[in-house]
Write a protein that binds this ligand. Sequence first.
Ligand SMILES: *Cc1c(COP(=O)(O)O)cnc(C)c1O
Length: 459
Amino acid sequence: MTDALDTRPHVADLPSDSVAALPQRRRLVTEVPGPRSRALHERKMAAVASGVGTTLPVYVERAGGGVIIDVDGNSLIDLGSGIAVVNVGNANPRVVEAVTEQVARFTHTCFMVTPYEGYVAVCEALYRVTPGDHAKKSALFNSGAEAVENAVKVARHATGRDAVVVFDHAYHGRTNLTMAMTAKAMPYKTGFGPFAGEVYRAPMSYPFREAAPMSGAEAAARAIAVIDKQVGADQVAAVVIEPIQGEGGFVVPALGFLPAIADWCKANGIVFVADEIQTGFGRTGTMFACEHEGVVPDLITTAKGIAGGLPLAAVTGRAELMDAVHGGGLGGTYGGNPIACAAALAAISAMAQDDLPTRAQAIGDVMLSRLHSLAVEHPQIGDVRGRGAMVAIELVRPGTTEPDAAEAARISAACHRAGVVTLTCGTFGNVLRLLPPLVIDDALLREALDVLADAIAAR
Ligand SMILES: *Cc1c(COP(=O)(O)O)cnc(C)c1O
């Protein structure tokens, strides 16, 4: 065994008392990744299954605000938020305090055995913050995929129907049912079948990739025609959709698409499920992305941003749907773990106190205006899109819509070398996405965008 102490960082210049006081700056003291990260990565390669990938092999020592400090003492700007998780900032002081207090009192009893207030309070908070003023109930789980699975269970039980409709480019998780619901084969599905049945795919509204301009209403009519012909509305338990697609490429549907799909679901007794696992908790400039178009989902799945980095997920929805399931039909050993619930309560209150949805909007304005001006100079930027602090550029061969995944990878790698953590996504792998923590300061955000601009220009 390698001595773990070998890889302790040189971060003597960091304050030891408070992560919140981490200097908010980009500062590279080694190449990226540095020698300590490379040593840890060797250990990873030897001990961790190679199916578990690594975007950027810098090993983390601390993180907070808009920075990640690695084990070599480099300070990187975080434009990924651990995939839209640490919206309130890494190790947010309020989350740390709540978790510390809870972990000292009790760590687990199983809510289904001997319950506790935190779980109930999280469900009450979800009642308040999710769209719609109808009676709502929630159930808590551990991961986004588990929430999606349970939303389907609820919808099937409540409707007595089997079929589940999802969309092109959708991402809903890596479990058997959610793999079936996810569109992209490689890396999510290839070799992992057979998949769960009764999952049907409809065309998405993807304005950049329509053969001809198409309104949201027209795109909805196209999707509904496919569902009607290939499934039959009366067979459909649920339509599950990300209001803005995440892994599939930050696809923002044309205005009117979501409301038209939701209306059609309502008219046909179909449960409309908004998968807000990536878009939720202030990310897009409103608490939930559905709110941009006044859509009120029957069920909403949440995870990622809910608990400041602790694993927690939820299904929240119309009380009569959620209560359709027999006692004991929903749950899990760890679902709604008390520490994760304490974190969620602190994170949700931090979002309100610091008005993070408004901050996300301001971050989005800075990012979008910069990216739009970069798109004028650089013809490989085919599209700039997103809402709030969830924005992306789609890279193409200049003058076409032909995807250029290599260019997205090149830009992302150049950002990494310069100390900015960026992520790619998209069915075609050609989308560079920006998801900064909502507590990032303006100077750091602008510096990250400067680095991105240099990376794009370095072609
Ligand atoms: C990440 C994600 C999931 C899966 O969540 P996990 O916690 O990784 O299981 C599901 N849906 C969407 C939209 C996501 O972004």
